[in-house]
Design a binder for this molecule. Sequence first.
Ligand code: ZN
Length: 318
Amino acid sequence: MIDLRSFFEAQLPCWPLAKANYDNLEQALFKDIYLSEHERIRLVCLPARIASSSARITAKGEVDRPCFLCSHRLPAEQQHLDFGACDILVNPFPVFKQHFTVPSKAHQRQSFLKEWPCLYRLLEEIPQDYVVFFNGAICGASAPDHLHFQIGQKEVMPLQSDGFAAEHLQLVQEKKRIGLYRLRHYHRQAFLLKTSLSETSRENDLFETIQDLLQAFGQVGKIQAEDHINVVAWKDGQNLMMLIFPRAAHRPACFYAEDESQRFVTSPASVEMMGYYIFPRQEDFHKADAQTLKQIYKDVCLSEEKMDAICSILQSKP
Ligand SMILES: [Zn+2]
């Protein structure tokens, strides 16, 4: 197991900026809203997140600034845990009380599968109380130009902590002991992959299943699918759980509203898709209600029809 806690505790005292930002998390505001009986969303007001919510990223996922994840540009105070093709770093702009960024050592475009062996080992070796997540280049990645994953904590994001009932999971296929389900009766569209980590390595079979899923999504959306997904994975005992959210848009219509009373500064990414909804502006946090959130999810999630189409493609495969 990777000892993330010790690494975190050793890093903070020697990095005042990061320490101050973790201390600021104590000032976050919270409120819970239910979109249905079983669908809880926790709204969070976190002013320090304004930069990533309003970051200027082009439609192709490009940014015009020097890359802040390349090792030669990291602040002098930043320590790293060597992890094969990637490094583990403490994220100085946290959402979680312990929050890590895992960039690849090479400067290369954001991709979910490019450093799969490293990601798979990360999933195997993180302690039970963490989650690993990924934001596609044009749906929430703050550095679309540099491949990276993130690690946050369990029991924070409602879709993980509240769990999902069996009647909300529809089996799409079961191949090579990997169950692929579709989440039903939520205002967000997602697929769930479930497999056991206790048997022989699942590395190659999982890779193939995810590749098939992304290929089907790419076909349906006529897009580079990896750029348009949020992924959140965690261990539940011996099981690996992985939620994949295919996205229709990076930002909801309300982000662009000209009328200030209708406008929300928000760029939903993995954390928001999981129901931990961060608003950097206090006015947005206060005015957001169930209707706002339903509309945001409707704008940024794939439609039911396109989810149906992905399932048909997968089920027609031998
Ligand atoms: Zn870089």
